[in-house]
Design a protein around this ligand. Structure first.
Ligand SMILES: [Zn+2]
Length: 339
């Protein structure tokens, strides 16, 4: 966790100093949130509260716009204490050197300290901690439940769903992309670059998305989309043939983006003559990204990152497409003129 956030937590701790702190839970860089949750005891009124804040909202002034709290009934506290007693390990620290998904848990009860730090999912060794996290989240607004579902993903065997749709914080200018990939992906990704296997790569700014097409060693095409919000440093990577997060194809595209490489797509417009095709194509914008054509079909890359083959001609033999942007040799226009 960086110093700025450590200082923010210190400020909040100071703010609540009249209470006795029982428990702290920090989710740092977790699903783009930096969440600080604490349970405090107010001895004057003999009441417990859960206080929580998104640390990103705190920019120098602590007030009700930043801090939220709710009262917790005694039964809930009893259940948390009960679950703390059942934990086998009092301390567990296993943090990877990654940019995201840091979880910190600290509790103090019955002269015993409980201290756990890990990334993303609650590790099996301390899986009983999930009972407590579940209880805490039930005291929080329901819109935060998705975070808790992710923390518990291992328990529910749903990890892959969360991996695939993941947005994360990343600064393309400052952060090292090597930290996102394993060594093999980096080696093989570099060999794609050196062998000029990237066919197309272009940033479509209204969609804040880079589209890349890479041809692998057995001539299969991989379509890589990289969403990148430069202002807020938020990224999401997907690859069309990828079962796991962060593959070698994504590395090759990301590394090329860093090196300012650009290989524009052909841009074509679908000329609406065939009503049945029109219905299929209504989800497209007027301008379509193309990687070229064969004698029958135009190969379109949809904005969802899917390769779609659309017939070049309608049933009367008229061309369905006009070329909006070609390469410098007019490759696509020449090919269409000869069909
Ligand atoms: Zn891939």
């Amino acid at each position: 966790m960086n110093q700025e956030y450590i200082n923010k937590i210190k400020d909040i701790t100071k703010y609540y100093r009249k209470y006795k702190n029982i428990l702290e839970l920090i989710l740092y860089n977790y699903e783009n949130l930096d969440f600080y949750i604490r349970i405090d005891y107010d001895s004057k009124h003999n009441k417990y509260y859960v206080h929580f804040t998104n640390l990103n909202d705190y920019q120098g002034k602590l007030d009700k716009g930043v801090l939220s709290s709710s009262f917790i009934i005694d039964e809930v506290i009893k259940s948390i204490y009960n679950d703390l007693n059942k934990l086998d390990k009092k301390e567990y620290i296993n943090i990877n050197d990654t940019y995201f998904d840091y979880v910190y848990f600290h509790a103090y009860y019955n002269n015993t300290e409980y201290h756990y730090e890990y990334n993303k999912y609650t590790p099996k060794e301390i899986i009983k901690l999930n009972n407590i996290i579940r209880t805490i989240f039930l005291c929080l607004p329901h819109r935060l439940l998705y975070l808790f579902n992710e923390l518990l993903a291992i328990e529910n065997n749903t990890v892959s769903d969360y991996e695939y749709y993941k947005f994360f914080k990343f600064n393309l200018k400052k952060d090292n992309i090597d930290n996102l990939f394993d060594v093999n992906s980096i080696d093989e990704g570099n060999s794609y670059i050196n062998n000029h296997q990237i066919r197309f790569l272009e940033y479509i700014s209204p969609l804040k998305t880079y589209y890349g097409v890479l041809e692998d060693n057995i001539h299969r095409l991989h379509i890589i989309t990289i969403y990148y919000d430069e202002k807020n440093n938020i990224m999401k990577l997907t690859c069309s043939k990828n079962e796991h997060m962060h593959c070698k194809h994504e590395y090759a595209i990301l590394e090329s983006i860093k090196n300012k490489k650009k290989i524009p797509f052909y841009k074509v417009r679908y000329v609406y003559k065939d009503e049945s095709l029109l219905n299929k194509l209504t989800s497209f914008n007027n301008i379509l990204l193309s990687i070229g054509c064969d004698n029958v079909n135009m190969n379109i890359i949809t904005y969802e990152g899917i390769l779609l083959k659309v017939p070049l001609k309608d049933k009367n033999g008229n061309l369905n497409f006009e070329v909006i942007e070609d390469d410098k040799d007019n490759t696509l226009s020449n090919k269409l003129n000869n069909i």
